[in-house]
Design a protein around this ligand. Structure first.
Ligand code: 13P
Ligand code: SF4
Length: 341
């Protein structure tokens, strides 16, 4: 019997291995789904130990992945940092393509698996390396700051990378009056409002966050008076203006822990609320729900298959990887500098 067919049965062993987990996640995973998830979770956790692999999970993954199989869960910055320092030889990235590519660029000697290669990102597909070269010609001398939600080719053409967690800090670290900031126009507008630096922007947007509107949030607040509203900086400016807190996915989770609001809305991909709700049983999570079709491509059966076949593995041409790595390392150095201050 191969691991996939074994994985379909709730054996007494599976029941024992997943009992505690089930008690923790019952609130966010419907009872009828558990017999499907439990054998897969047990099989994945066994196989990852055999393969000496670690599973990195973005905050937007479904709760059965986030709580069931993650060795580390976090935002794009956290995933990049953890991927770089782990001694594991194999990383399974439960997120989208640019996250797996970033892990491979930072650790070329490791095998990095992405359970579905079609898990893309509307921001990453909005810009090419040729576009970056054209921007540089139009604005000579302006450094290029690239959001991590981009391809390795685009990072290779850029000066420094950033994530939603450190974009303001990265732009300020350059100490210049003008930068080219690609490709998220909304994150760029947010950074400009916080730094006073003139940002030359690109017409990219996240297909999930651009759907929220300030009007929708005002109506929402009317329906839930007193609700604490948090928003991701990929949202349009009228949404951010309505928010009580703006931050990366992990910053939002940390903020819930600090503020402990009675009711909260996370204006971001909505799978995340289920993940966070497990840690904060006394907080009520209510929000308009927009799902990322790319993140949702990653499922337990695909993670298991990926570990069984050790594929699909991410590959980045050596020269591109070398130049993209310099862009990422400049960003990581900014973070390390701030941690020392
Ligand atoms: P974070 O880095 O805040 O987790 O965001 C990643 C992302 O894709 C947001 O849509
Ligand atoms: Fe890209 Fe938006 Fe999906 Fe994040 S939520 S991966 S930015 S499309």
């Amino acid at each position: 019997m191969n691991p996939t067919s074994e994985a379909l049965a709730v054996t007494p062993e599976v029941e024992r291995e997943t009992r505690d987990l089930y008690q923790r996640v019952r609130r966010v995973i419907p009872d009828v789904e558990w017999p499907v998830h439990a054998p897969l979770i047990a099989a994945i956790n066994r196989l990852k130990r055999e393969r000496k692999a670690i599973i990195l999970v973005h905050n937007y993954m479904r709760p059965e992945i986030f709580h069931g199989v993650a060795d580390y869960a976090g935002d794009s910055l956290g995933l990049a940092q953890f991927g770089e320092r782990t001694p594991a030889e194999t990383i399974v990235m439960c997120g989208v393509h640019f996250m797996a590519e970033t892990a491979k660029i930072l650790s070329p000697e490791k095998t990095v698996l992405l359970p579905d290669l079609k898990a893309g990102c509307s921001l990453a597909s909005s810009i090419t390396a040729a576009d970056v070269r054209a921007l540089r010609k139009q604005h000579p001398g302006a450094p290029v700051v690239t959001y991590v939600n981009t391809s390795a080719d685009v990072k290779a053409e850029s000066d420094i990378c950033c994530t939603s967690a450190n974009a303001v800090q990265v732009v300020e670290s350059l100490g210049v009056a003008e930068v080219i900031f690609i490709p998220d126009k909304f994150l760029g507008q947010y950074v400009a409002s916080k730094t006073g630096v003139r940002l030359i922007l690109w017409e990219g947007a996240c297909e999930v966050h651009e759907r929220f509107s300030g009007l929708e949030l005002r109506d929402f607040r009317g329906m839930h008076p007193g609700i604490h509203v948090m928003a991701h900086p990929e949202c349009p400016p009228d949404v951010l203006a309505e928010a009580d807190f703006v931050g990366s996915t992990s910053a939002m989770i940390e903020h819930v822990g600090k503020v402990h609001p009675r009711q909260v809305a996370m204006i971001t991909e909505c799978a995340m609320a289920g993940n966070v709700a497990v840690e904060f049983p006394d907080v009520e999570f209510i929000q308009p729900c927009n799902l990322c079709p790319h993140m949702q491509r990653i499922t337990l059966p695909k993670i298991l298959q990926s570990l069984e076949t050790m594929s699909p593995a991410i590959d980045v041409p050596t020269d591109v990887a070398r130049r993209a790595r310099a862009t990422l390392e400049r960003m990581l150095a900014v973070g390390r500098g701030a941690a020392r201050d």
